[in-house]
Design a protein around this ligand. Structure first.
Ligand SMILES: CC(C)(COP(=O)(O)OP(=O)(O)OC[C@H]1O[C@@H](n2cnc3c(N)ncnc32)[C@H](O)[C@@H]1OP(=O)(O)O)[C@@H](O)C(=O)NCCC(=O)NCCS
Length: 186
């Protein structure tokens, strides 16, 4: 499934489309962008087109493109491995435009996705696996309510050494409590 349009203050989540695919391919060819991603080898344009089609048909994946006024599409964000019975999903986030890192866009996109998952989809839990040294990603997730539940030690081999993965989750009740404590409407 493609995610429906969600307007934030500075970012807008929109359904991805074919015109965005060349940009996605460019991001996945850059090792600096993929350093902390599970995807290690750039896909071909044909693979990207097939991926887009598979996402559109999927009942267990929801993907949005992240768009900002000045530049258009700068990244993607999604809910993956959706389990509708146990009401949980895994999450992933990518800001592919390196010039847009550190401007708060991932943080806002993660908060919009979290709200949508709990209030629109009625999910109970979101989980994620992030390279432990990926401080920007961890911070963006923590600000949306994610908390560490474990550390998978020596889980990924990159750049000639092992890396730990930070395992984190956010539960619906805890998110709701944090929203009301901070005066945010749900
Ligand atoms: C990691 C990534 C998602 C962060 O996106 P971003 O838009 O740069 O993040 P934000 O600007 O929203 O920053 C979120 C928080 O982390 C902090 N932060 C960002 N980059 C940081 C860094 N390199 N080191 C420490 N803190 C950092 C920000 O200051 C912000 O905290 P604050 O709100 O308290 O100031 C983005 O760099 C990216 O997509 N990288 C490539 C792919 C990737 O690693 N994806 C994640 C896979 S799990």
């Amino acid at each position: 499934m493609f995610g429906p349009m969600i307007d934030g203050e500075r970012v807008r989540l929109v359904p991805p489309d074919e015109d965005m695919l060349p940009r996605f391919c460019g991001w996945f060819a850059d090792p600096e962008v993929t350093r902390y991603l599970m995807l290690r080898f750039p896909p071909s344009p044909k693979m990207e087109a097939e991926w887009l089609d598979a996402i559109a048909r999927s009942q267990t994946e929801i993907v949005w493109a992240i768009s900002i006024d000045e530049r258009g599409v700068i990244g993607t964000i999604g809910l993956h491995a959706l389990d509708w019975r146990s009401r949980r999903a895994e999450t992933g986030t990518l800001i592919g435009e390196k010039g847009e890192w550190g401007k708060g866009y991932a943080g806002e996109a993660v908060r919009l996705r979290t709200r949508y998952a709990f209030t629109e989809l009625g999910l109970e839990k979101l989980t994620t696996r992030v390279f432990a040294e990926n401080a920007g990603s961890r911070r963006a997730l923590e600000k949306a309510g994610y908390r560490q539940y474990g550390l998978a030690r020596r889980d990924e081999w990159r750049g000639g050494r092992w890396h730990d993965l930070w395992l984190a989750e956010v539960l619906r009740d805890e998110w709701l409590a944090a929203q009301s404590a901070s005066g945010e409407s749900v």
